[in-house]
Design a protein around this ligand. Structure first.
Ligand SMILES: [Zn+2]
Length: 512
């Protein structure tokens, strides 16, 4: 296989993915995810939209500092101020990419941009020229490409390449395309644009009709050599194409899809679980590749076949995506060494401070719980949301039972310790009333409160997910603890902290 069959994996979990309702991540969470993406062999990490907010700027800058192998990309509209902000945020990166976009479909140009086509073309060229002053690695996206007229698309692509764009992304921004049609667009552009050999074409698909991975693969078959995707398929609306689906389809069907990527597929399960734990967004059990049931065989006939030969019903092995059942069980007598070994087995490599922190949380948990399972460890690794937050949990005591329910809660609010007692319809309601009492936020609704046991047993950790909504913005918080009430308070506080950060975001431009 030659270099021409190499597909560049452009991960946008931290940008397009992070924009999806409830998936916002704070700086430490983005850095944790970026390190995993870098380790697993992602070629380009799109880290955010630097002009959107101070938080996004700092996240892109932070990722630019910590990533060792991948190129780091920042998204920009066709505006000099956006491009300058990206260039500034990307400064620490070894390899930086500026990704600029503008809509090219008649619908978007008329109603969203209110610009005639010639002006759009000029703005695209100008943005690429500006971006090239900061880096040679410039990507240009024709937003809503799949609903753009062929002639205009070709004209824009040719001009973009001439202006210095090395990657041309033709996104199915609204998830409207079907595979044959999406492939035909790439074939058309490859046949008609004279300087197309000077750029790499890229796919970027959304899953509104469940076709994101199929469309991406169709585009690659037609000649695209970069795939934009996210872990678990998170992203705007129904999500982006899932990286694990694209990568594993190519790996499993080399006969039909003879392409290679740089992805270490054995890190897929760990990346998926870490992202779920960070965002509080669990994947559906029947999700391809990473769902809890993706490799489970329950029907008797299947099990019988599997016992005779795994290939009867399994087209790829659990080990190929890093799914393994470990027999190393941890408990309160497990020391640093066993804990480190366990983490390594699960695919986690922590720095010294992060390891000490995690080990302390592990010991605290092991004191309360006989056996600490893999799921518990993932939950406790994710439970580091208290850094740099406006609200911090200090202590909680709850009265429950048939004589009424109330909560005494202590929080740190903007550095000051505050305490209150509140009643409610049930202990959880009392806790949430106490939080509202200490930090009023009257415009916020609670559309979701969910508890599930991380593992079996009455000493299982409860994993609580809370979703808050305020004026169209949503934020998820998740926490695990052997005490359901403590987990509830923490999850609510995480969600509220995220919502407060979202209030800062000024630009709601969704991007390609
Ligand atoms: Zn998108």
């Amino acid at each position: 296989m030659s270099e021409k069959d190499r597909v560049i994996i452009f991960d946008t979990t931290l940008r397009d993915g992070e924009q999806s309702p409830g998936c916002s991540m704070h700086l430490e969470e983005k850095l944790r995810m970026a390190e995993i993406l870098d380790q697993m062999g992602v070629d380009v990490i799109e880290a955010g939209f630097p002009i959107a907010s101070q938080g996004d700027f700092e996240a892109v800058q932070g990722v630019a500092k910590c990533v060792k192998n991948a190129a780091v990309a920042g998204l920009c509209r066709a505006k000099a101020s956006d491009i300058e902000a990206s260039a500034e945020a990307l400064k620490p990166a070894e390899r930086k990419r500026i990704h600029t976009f503008i809509s090219t479909s008649p619908l978007h140009m008329k109603h969203k941009l209110q610009m005639p086509p010639e002006e759009v073309l000029n703005a695209a060229v100008e943005s690429i020229t500006t971006a090239r002053k900061f880096t040679d690695d410039v990507e240009w996206s024709a937003e809503d490409a799949t609903r753009t007229e062929d002639d205009f698309l070709c004209q824009c692509v040719e001009a973009a390449i001439k202006a210095g764009a090395r990657t041309i992304n033709l996104p199915d921004t609204v998830g409207y395309s079907i595979p044959e049609e999406y492939a035909a667009m790439f074939t058309m552009v490859l046949n008609r644009v004279p300087n197309i050999d000077k750029a790499i074409l890229s796919v970027h698909c959304h899953n509104d009709m469940g076709l994101a991975a199929a469309n991406s693969l169709a585009g690659i078959t037609a000649g695209a050599r970069q795939a934009e995707c996210t872990i678990n398929g998170i992203g705007e609306r129904a999500g982006n194409a899932a990286m694990e689906e694209i990568v594993m389809a190519m790996r499993t069907r080399q006969d039909m899809l003879p392409y290679k990527t740089g992805i270490d597929t054995t890190m897929i399960t760990m990346a998926s679980r870490t992202l779920s734990s960070i965002t509080g967004f669990n994947v559906q059990p029947n999700k391809a590749i990473v769902g809890a049931n993706a490799f489970a065989h329950e029907s008797g006939i299947h099990q019988d076949g599997m016992l005779k030969n795994e290939k009867t019903y399994e087209i790829m092995t659990p080990a190929s995506v890093g799914l393994r059942k470990s027999d190393l069980v941890l408990g309160k007598h497990s020391g640093r060494h066993a804990f480190k070994k366990k983490l390594a087995e699960m695919g986690y490599e922590l720095g010294d401070n992060a390891f000490q922190d995690a080990f302390k949380r592990f010991k605290d948990l092991a004191d309360k719980k006989k056996t600490v399972f893999d799921e518990d460890i993932i939950a406790l690794l994710g439970d580091d949301g208290a850094l740099n937050e406006r609200l911090k949990f200090i202590s909680l005591s709850v009265k429950a039972g048939s004589d009424g329910q109330s909560a005494i809660l202590e929080l740190e609010v903007d550095g000051a310790i505050k305490k209150t007692e509140a009643a409610g319809n049930g202990p959880v309601d009392a806790i949430f009333n106490a939080i509202r009492d200490l930090f009023p936020h009257p415009d916020t609704d609670l559309p979701l409160y969910q508890v599930h046991a991380v593992t079996g047993g009455t000493d299982a950790q409860a994993e609580v997910t809370v979703k808050l909504e305020e004026k169209g913005r949503t934020a998820m918080g998740q926490s695990a603890d052997v005490d359901t009430m403590v987990a509830s308070a923490r999850a609510y506080i995480y969600a509220l902290n995220k919502l407060l950060r979202k209030r800062e975001k000024s630009i709601s431009e969704p991007g390609p």
